[in-house]
Design a protein. Structure first.
Length: 194
C-alpha cells in the first residue's frame, strides 16, 4: 500500500486523542507503517482538536495535504463540515457522530447551526460516502468515539485493519471497567445496524 490518509476532527473533550491513538495502534498491530500528529492546544477550552494519520509505504510526513484525505472522522456536526471542506478529496469517506457542540459564533447568533442536510449535500457534491452515527441512550457521551470506531471496523473503512486489531488496540490503551464498557459497546454496534 502506498498511502491511506485519515483526518480526525472534533471538539476538546470528545476523545479525539484516544480515538487517534487507538487507530494508530491498530494500524501498527496490523504491521503497516503509520505516522500521526495531534493538536491538543484547545482541548481544555472546547475548541477544535484534530489529528492527522497517514499509513503506508510511501508516507514520509504525518501531515495530510488539503483535499487529499481518504477518510474523515468527525465527532461533531460543525467539525464534520469543516473536515469535508478542508481535507476531503473527491470520492473519499466521512464518518461522523451526530452531536452538536455549538461554536461561539452559533451561540452569539452570528452563524446558523449546521444541519444534517448541509453535510449530506456537501458529501453528494464531492461524491463522498457518508456514515452518520448516533447512538440512542448512549450510557456515557465519552463513548461516542468508540461508536465511530465500531462503524469504521464494521464497514472496513481503513484497509487491512481487522476488528481484532481494534480490540487489541483498545485493550492496550484502556483498563478494566472502562475497557469492558467500551468493548461491549463496540461489539454491540458491530452486530447491529448502525
Amino acid at each position: 500500500m502506498q498511502s491511506f490518509n485519515i483526518f480526525l476532527i472534533g471538539v476538546g473533550g470528545q476523545g479525539i486523542g484516544l480515538l487517534s491513538e487507538t487507530i494508530m495502534k491498530a494500524i501498527d498491530l496490523a504491521e503497516y507503517k503509520v505516522k500521526g500528529v495531534d493538536t491538543h492546544g484547545l482541548a481544555q477550552r472546547g475548541g477544535t482538536v484534530s489529528s492527522h494519520i497517514r499509513m503506508g509505504d510511501q508516507v514520509f510526513s504525518p501531515l495530510n495535504r488539503t483535499k487529499n484525505v481518504d477518510l474523515i472522522i468527525a465527532l461533531e456536526r460543525h467539525e464534520a463540515l469543516r473536515g469535508i471542506n478542508l481535507f476531503a478529496r473527491q470520492q473519499s469517506t466521512l464518518v461522523y457522530y451526530d452531536a452538536v457542540w455549538q461554536p461561539l459564533n452559533v451561540r452569539l447568533r452570528k452563524e446558523k447551526q449546521i444541519e444534517i442536510s448541509q453535510i449530506s449535500d456537501s458529501c453528494q457534491q464531492k461524491q463522498i460516502k457518508e456514515y452518520r452515527i448516533f447512538v440512542e441512550n448512549l450510557i456515557d457521551s465519552r463513548m461516542q468515539n468508540v461508536a465511530l470506531l465500531a462503524c469504521i471496523s464494521k464497514y472496513n473503512l481503513i484497509p487491512g485493519i481487522s476488528k481484532e486489531h481494534y480490540i487489541n488496540a483498545l485493550s492496550d490503551i484502556m483498563q478494566e471497567n472502562v475497557l469492558n464498557k467500551n468493548l461491549e459497546l463496540f461489539e454491540n454496534l458491530i452486530n447491529k445496524s448502525i
